[in-house]
Design a protein around this ligand. Structure first.
Ligand code: GDD
Ligand code: MN
Length: 377
């Protein structure tokens, strides 16, 4: 606004306090690391106006409380405490969207990334040389010395797959350390998956080659305190992301897992039926009913551990979920038989009718149990 027409008494712009860069730090059980990271950020940025947004998924170790304390002494520090949600990617997305600066960086809380690179990353963005700057372990000058053999191999393998299948060109698309123009990020954000942890890969793949990217080397250090949150399930997350990006979100890994679990249910059903008939001499109807319950129960348990592991039901909710799952599947069975019957009525080909019914059943079960059994809280 022009100074001359500014209404009398209006608050003058506090331009000194407006940050040029927002650092986003996802945290889960990092209480012993956040203060150290904050101090190092302060040292790294010196006189540059910056801010930091910690995005904490309600850590049991109360990381958010430590951040809250910090934010009461320094207004550049903010804390987003998310309840009922877990996930590195989702946390980063929310943090960047909460940024007020034109540039946003993502860095881990455990000091494995090199925060002294941040001013250099910022300069590259400000000069217009890049829209995205990636801290890379796999270019000349970078390294991941703290990786054990197994993790180094897995990381290299995933990088290769991303290159071939998603045509992602950068050397280290699995990096969790980068800085991006916020306006570019906001354009891409609606396409991103909030599940999983491959936020950078997702950004690059979703931008469809449209992001001018520069990689700068850094050394991936060792964790200061606490332990890594990534387990062997990250391989599944990675597959899911590749699948979704390749098919333009048409195929989700969740649906494939759900259908595969359904397939195992068939074996459980037949096995139980066999035992009931042969071993316990049950009448067929009873053995069949027990078989169906056994299959639904094992499907529920597998889905709870695999398909919906990020929203896993625990404690009393397991019982409530199981009962809801029985109800959903029973209706699914009616839908299955109904569709099979009407197909058979039109075209008496048994396998076509059977397959159409089964497909209807699995789609129904998947859609409805996503709403009522593993609903997002
Ligand atoms: N809010 C939130 N929610 N934060 C999380 C979650 C979550 O579910 N899971 C992990 N984090 C935070 C951690 O607290 C940490 O600050 C950061 O995300 C990285 O998690 P680590 O558990 O330290 O991961 P890592 O060191 O094994 O993996 C790192 O290196 C990979 C490259 O090999 C991460 O930077 C990955 O993003 C990166 O791909
Ligand atoms: Mn780490």
């Amino acid at each position: 606004m022009n100074e001359a027409i500014r209404p009398a008494g209006a608050v003058p712009l506090q331009s000194a306090a407006i940050p040029i860069v927002t650092v986003v730090v996802p945290t889960f059980n990092e209480r012993d690391n956040v203060v150290t990271l904050y101090k190092r950020l302060e040292a790294a940025f010196k006189d540059l106006p910056w801010e930091v947004v910690f995005v904490d998924d309600n850590s049991p170790d109360d990381t958010w409380q430590v951040v809250r304390e910090l934010s009461r002494t320094d207004s550049r520090v903010r804390c987003i405490r998310r309840i009922g949600r877990r996930g590195l990617s989702g946390a980063c997305i929310e943090g960047i969207l909460a940024a007020s600066a034109p540039y946003a960086a993502v860095i881990d809380a455990d000091l494995q990334h090199d925060e002294t690179q941040l001013p250099k990353m910022l300069a590259l963005l400000q000069s217009g040389a890049a829209e995205l700057v990636v801290g890379s372990r796999y270019i000349e000058g970078g390294s991941a010395a703290s990786f054990d053999k197994q993790r180094a191999g897995a990381s290299a393998f995933a990088t290769e797959i991303a290159r071939r299948l998603l045509r992602v060109e950068i050397a280290d698309p699995m990096s969790g350390f980068f800085m991006i123009r916020r306006d570019r990020f906001e354009q891409i954000a609606p396409k991103l998956s909030t599940q999983g942890f491959k936020i950078l890969l997702d950004i690059v793949a979703s931008a469809e080659g449209g992001l001018r990217t520069v990689e700068i080397p850094y050394t991936f250090g060792s964790r200061l305190h606490g332990e890594s949150k990534l387990d062997s399930m990250v391989a599944l997350d990675f597959l899911g992301l590749v699948l979704a990006k390749m098919t333009n979100d048409a195929v989700s890994l969740r649906f494939l897992l759900f259908a595969m679990v359904g397939g195992t249910g068939l074996f459980v059903h037949l096995g139980t039926l066999f035992l009931g008939l042969q071993l316990f001499d049950l009448p067929f109807t009873e053995a069949q009913a027990i078989g169906a319950f056994a299959a639904m129960t094992s499907n529920f348990i597998l889905n709870n551990f695999l398909t919906y592991r990020d929203q896993r039901l625990k404690g009393f909710a397991v019982l409530r979920g199981l009962v809801a799952f029985y109800v959903v599947c029973s209706v699914g069975l009616l839908a299955n038989v109904g569709v099979a019957f009407s197909v058979y009525d039109q075209e008496p080909i048994w396998w076509l009718a059977g397959a159409a019914g089964a497909l209807m059943g699995v789609v129904w079960n998947y859609a409805i149990s996503g709403l009522f059994v593993w609903r997002k809280r």
